[in-house]
Design a protein around this ligand. Sequence first.
Ligand SMILES: Nc1ncnc2c1ncn2[C@@H]1O[C@H](COP(=O)(O)OP(=O)(O)OP(=O)(O)O)[C@@H](O)[C@H]1O
Length: 927
Amino acid sequence: MPSERRTERRRRIEAAFAEFRRAVASALSAAATERARAALAHARAVVELWVRQDGVDRALASRELGAVLRNPVLAPVLREALAEREEIFAEWTGRGPAEIAELVAASAPGAASLPWERWLGTPGRHDGAAPVPELWRVGVAAVDRAPVREEFPLAVPFLDVAHLHVSTTYESRAAAEGLVESLLLRVLGHFQPGMVQIHVWDVGQLTGALPGLYPLTRAGLLTMHDPTQLHVLLDELAEHIRRIHTSVLVEGHASLRELAAATGQRTEPWRVAVLFGHRERLKDELHQKLQRIARNGLDCGVHLVIVDIPITVNSPVETIDLVSGPIGRSTMTGAHATVRLDPPPPRQAALRASAVIAEEAVRRRSRVCSFEDLLPARTWSCRSTTGLQAPVGYHDGQPVSLTLGDASPHVLVGGPSGSGKTNFLYAMLGSLAARYSPDELELYLLDFKEGVSFAQFTRGRKDPSWLPHARLVGVNVNTDREFGLALLRFLTEEMRRRADAAKRHEVTKLEELRAEDPDGRWPRIVAVIDEFQYLFSERDAVTNQAVALLEDVARRGRSQGIHLVLSSQDVSSIEAFWGKPAIFEQFILRVALPKARRVLADTNDVAMELPRRHAVVNHESGVRLGNRIARIPDATSRGTFDALQVRLWEMRSPALEEPRLFDGSQIPRLTEVRDFLALAPGGEGPPVALLGQVIDVAGSAAKVSLPRGPGRNIAVLGSSARDAGSVLAAATVSLGRQHAPGEATFTIACLIDEAGAAGEQLQRDLKEMGHEADLLDLDRLRDLLADKAERITARLSTSGAEREPPHFLVVYAADAAQAVLERKEPGAPRSGVDNLRHVLRHGPELGVHTIGWWRGVARLRAMLPLGSTDEVGAWVAFDVHGQELASLAAGQVITWSPRARRGLFFDRFEHARPEVLIPFDVLEEAR
Ligand SMILES: Nc1ncnc2c1ncn2[C@@H]1O[C@H](COP(=O)(O)OP(=O)(O)OP(=O)(O)O)[C@@H](O)[C@H]1O
């Protein structure tokens, strides 16, 4: 039945459809659940992403996201985010802010971080020598996402380490000005007035910025610059940076900070330039100038506070971006902390404080700076490794320093008589001596002035103190230019010693040597020669030698830490100086006193206008750009240098010896001379006769060695019985000191009455030493010579004759015997003169040495074999002119004009040329 089948089919179809719908429905419902699940997961993932992106606190704070987050369905996301944040901040919460607060308190002491109520109104005390605060407080900050909002102080690095860049919105500009004013008040409150100078430039206005600081303008501590003249300010700053590099940072220090750390003093004030812009880029040229200052300023104490001037700089800059009023961000705290600036001190308090600082600055500046002001807070705290630096005067209350080092090794000081050169030298020496200990600095001081202006440095009759740094002090030397040569020779010798030591350590400079040999004693040496033109006062050998030595010291002293200070009243006429560029070019540092001529460059006439008691200190070879004018305090009145000297003297090491004194007016005592005291019987080598003192730094004796060999006799020439007697006595007594009694024979012959007393004194002296000493008259001398000549002949003809003890024959006024000795006695083989010649010629080989005084060169020659002078190997001449002496010095030209109490000494075995001798004081002394 077809219809039943149809029905059945339909039912099956319907069932199949029903089944299909069910299946479809079921499939559809499953898909919906999955979708809902997926949607929830997606929603949570998205919310988590937002939370992670913005931070849970920001997300909760946001109206939309906050509502979403509070949906219970998303609770796990919030829970997890909060837990995670707690975990992340666990280290920070409670501890972090406290640690920062501690750090700020330590790095920003006093006015650098304390609330203004604690310090504002009192001028700062720090002079810049102590470490500068590393941070300066500007406000507080808090980490945006921290679970607990905890504020911590925000302090920024500033002086010496970073510039500050502030950018504002329209509504936060006032807050930025408050920030700058507060920061500067902190800086001004920390340092002594004058140590910080502020320059303000505001593109929009001539005045108006930083009103709380206005009173500072009175004292020149704040300068408002013309809005149209930014380039002038930038040029000034650039020039200042250049000057610091060329005249202050000259010893290899990279920055003023490093220099202050090395030397213990800060001589240059900081300069802070505050620039207010209006968010527009500067013109290229200005932008580049500013970039250069930013790049180089920090090392030279030049700091920028830039407000609203877009600039990219390649040097440390802290940035504060103010977004709304005092709220913003800083590079110090990063992108995740909000900064809130401290409110600035009330205007009236700021004005009062600025007025107090200005007053103090004016007071300090107008106060006549005293010698005391030149002295450092801590005596002997500076190191001279890289150079010497010391203030010598003041300009506007700021110290003006002088630097001796690689870049400015030597100083030339000039000024007419009475202009204050001596006073300047005292100020300089006092300032140096108070800073550097005697292990860091040695002084060699020579004064060619008539008078004794350097006598202060040595022990005096009333004042037993002496300057511990002084190793040599020369006074009354104006007639003996050789003292200058002696000093220069000593310096060249010392340069050689230092160069040798440097070579051994494979270095080239003193600075490196000190690093390689930290236990060695390598002080810098400052050698002062006052009125040095005396050295070159004649066209003679002394001048030539002085020029050569000076050139050497000037050129090589630089690297060996040896510095010359040459001072003169008339520098202009010193031909030997200006005619030798190799010398004067080394004198980079020039000091000109009022009306000094030629000390500075020819076109620089500033010294002509200089008031009394001032000096121009110029570290740039005298060019105008290098002028620094300083008022020099009184350093010579009682209670100034002398008081310092007593203090330093009391601090000296007990091992330190007194300085050697060159006193041209003093005659050295034989018995006090080191070389004499060192003599004793049984010494090694041949006996040595001491004739007097030569002019050298060691105070050495003029020595003649008397080995058994030809020519070893000594002649003293001249008419002065006193001087000749001194040489004869010194030679004989010193020989006596080297022989035990009986080991040598002494015979004294006194041929004129004038010398009688001296001969008798010498005999007594020898006897006191235990020696046999005959005192002969002319007749006995003739007999002795005859006898000696015969014995000498006999011994010469006997080979292997026994060695006899030495015999010293001392003859006063030997020429007086000529007439008598020339007479030939009947039956005698030779005349007395022949015998003398024989003794002079052959005696020394057999230990018979004659020490004789002849009252003139011709008189000596008359008693020597014709044409011969070989018998006289060593001589001292007193009032004899140079040309007469040529024959006794192998024909060399001798320029010598006799001077009172000075002899010329020559030992042809030892010397290339004669040298000056000071006879000893040998009288009235118990030996
Ligand atoms: N800066 C100063 N403050 C106070 N007194 C000073 C100062 N400079 C110099 N004098 C005084 O002026 C006088 C002359 O100074 P000083 O002797 O230093 O000059 P000088 O150039 O060395 O002169 P001369 O070459 O004639 O010796 C001295 O009495 C000195 O005390």
